[in-house]
Every structure is written in C-alpha cells, then in structure tokens.
Design a protein. Structure first.
Length: 343
C-alpha cells in the first residue's frame, strides 16, 4: 500500500532481515483522559474472535511491566476458561479506559466501537486478515488514529482489509519477542493445524482433511509427527500423534520442517529457521505473504513427503517483508498505543 517505507536491519541468525518501524499517520485529536504521565494507560481490546484471548496473551508481560490495565471485551463469560490470564469484561461492566483497540473489523469489534464512541480508536493486527475490505470497515475508518501490523506485508493486507489509504506502522509480532534457538531433531515434522469447525468464537479454515492425510503419509514414510494445535482446534482429531505442550513457535525449533494450513504463525516459524510446506484448499483464502514463506504448497497428500523432504527457507527479503522487526515488539506496540493517548 502507499506509505509503507521499510529500512532493512541486520540479518537474524544469518537468515532473517528485519524491518524498521514505519511512519505513523493519523489526525491529532483530544484524548479521553488527562496527561499521559499521570497514571498507567487503560486499554480495552476487541477482537474478531470475541472470546479468543490467545492473541492478546503475548502482550501481558509488557503490560504488567508498565503497570498498565488491559482488558479484553467479550460478549459474556460463558466461553472463558477458568484461570485464563487475560483480564476480560463485557462492555456493560468494562472498566474506565483511555483507548479502544480493535484487531479487526468484524461484527464484535465494530459493535464495541459503536458502543464506546468517546474513546480514541486504534486498529492493530494481531492475526492475519484477508486482503479484502470488510463490510463494516467503513464504520471504523473515520475514527482510527493508528494502524499497526506485525510486518510490512501484513500491513499491506491489513490496510486492504480496512479499506485504508494511510501508513501502517510495522511493530513486529509479540510472539517473536523470544524466538527459541533451533535444534532440529532428525525426522521430526511439525504439523500446524487450523480450526476444523467454526464456533461462536470464530470461523474455520478449510484444509484439515488434506492435512490429516498428509500427516498419515509422512508417518508412513517414517517421519515423527509433532502437532502444533490451533487454540480452537479439535484435539481429538490429532490425538494419535504427539501433541506439543508448548506454543507452535517454540515447538518449531525441534522440527526439521513444518507442514500445515497457512496462518498467522507461519512467518514466525520461518523466523525460527524452520522451512514450511503449506496445505491449500480451493475454499481457503489467505494473504499471499503467508504462502510466500512456504517452500511449496500442496493440494494432494501424495505430494507431502517429497515437499517436506525438499523444504527450504525463503530468501531474506521475503522473510523480512513477512515477519517484520524481531525483538521488543510488544514494547513497540504499546509505545504506539501510548502515543495515541498523548495526542
């Protein structure tokens, strides 16, 4: 999109070129509270997956370090797991706030923005969005004071999704603030799932049958299968294999290669240094940058073994475009939110 200007950083581990932050656009406006230094910032977040707290969780350590208050807005408490570390509230009982952040333009964030009209509004991509303007994006655009994404490539897709013609700040992904050292185990393949069935929290991504069949082909060829489950995936579909008890980005450090349904985690796995194979489906629509980090995409399980055996990383420029800056990303994102409040 227009306005994206990237400067290259040093290579990470000899593989990944990071990208510096982008110029922030947006009109100045008064904020709801007094001077920014008077107290910690109070932020409300509304996501396209109304009860899906997993995208906000990587921010909690930096939020706590600053003494901020971050609360995710949910329609009700019925689908919140007991002990979930992410503070949640409904719009009716939400605490006072200085800023509302939406991670998309779906019905839930748009409804929250409509209800909380007096709060400054920012949009931050914490998961990929399809590069097609969302039906309710026009409701949000006039109020947006800040747009952020993890990388230049995600920024371009996010801008199209919002129908925005303005700069997007590339802050990196908070999930990449502590990338593991890669120590691949011979013959180990990480299978990255998506969501087989839609539910009230969010939609599904087609391709699970192809991925299941591919895993079977790989296991029959002597590969060890380690499954990185999407937080909303049906665990029962994969319980014949070892299921990782750590996040997929962490688990990818053990794998020689990864195969899965392209999603937000793909650039982060590539940043670890693990090559990827994508399983695609005619009904699956994802941004091109998620496919670009794959060494191959397949639509036939019979091609899985050869594709995994030949898997390799993309070039450094492609990785830099898809991944964005590495390290300190949660801090950069919160800094950007704070600047909105100071205006």
């Amino acid at each position: 999109m227009n306005g994206l200007q990237v400067s290259r950083r040093a290579l990470l581990g000899g593989v990944l070129g990071g990208a510096a932050g982008l110029v922030l656009g947006g009109a100045d406006a008064a904020v709801a509270a007094g001077p920014a230094h008077s107290r910690p910032l109070r932020v409300l977040v509304a996501t396209n997956e109304p009860w899906g707290t997993y995208h906000v969780k990587p921010l909690l350590a930096e939020v706590a370090r600053r003494g901020w208050q971050l609360t995710q807005l949910v329609p009700d408490y019925t689908q919140i797991t007991p002990g979930d570390p992410v503070p949640v509230a409904t719009p009716a009982d939400a605490p006072e706030a200085d800023l509302l952040v939406v991670t998309g333009a779906g019905d839930w964030p748009a409804d929250c923005a409509a209800r909380l009209r007096r709060l400054p509004l920012a949009a931050s991509a914490l998961a990929y969005q399809k590069p097609v303007e969302a039906p309710r994006a026009r409701e949000l655009r006039p109020r947006l004071r800040l747009l952020t994404a993890s990388s230049p490539a995600e920024g371009r897709a996010f801008a199209q999704y919002l129908g925005a013609r303005r700069p997007v700040r590339a802050v990196g992904s908070p999930q990449a603030d502590g990338l593991p050292a890669r120590r691949p185990e011979p013959g180990l393949v990480l299978v990255l799932t998506s969501v087989t069935h839609p539910d009230a929290t969010g939609d599904a991504a087609p391709g699970t049958e192809l991925l299941l069949a591919s895993a079977e082909k790989l296991a029959a060829a002597g590969k060890r299968i380690l499954v990185g489950l999407h937080p909303r995936e049906d665990r029962g579909l994969w319980d014949r294999y070892e299921i990782s008890d750590v996040p997929s980005v962490t688990a990818s450090a053990r794998a020689e290669a990864a195969i899965g349904i392209p999603g937000t985690v793909f650039p982060l796995v590539a940043a670890v240094g693990t090559p990827l194979v994508g399983c695609t489906d005619p009904e699956l629509t994802v941004p091109d940058y998620l496919l670009a980090v794959c060494s191959a995409t397949i639509d036939d399980a019979g091609a899985a073994v050869a594709a995994v055996n030949a898997a390799h990383l993309p070039d450094a420029a492609t990785l830099a475009d898809a991944v964005g800056p590495i390290g300190g990303s949660a801090a950069r994102l919160l800094d950007a939110w704070q600047r909105v409040h100071r205006r």
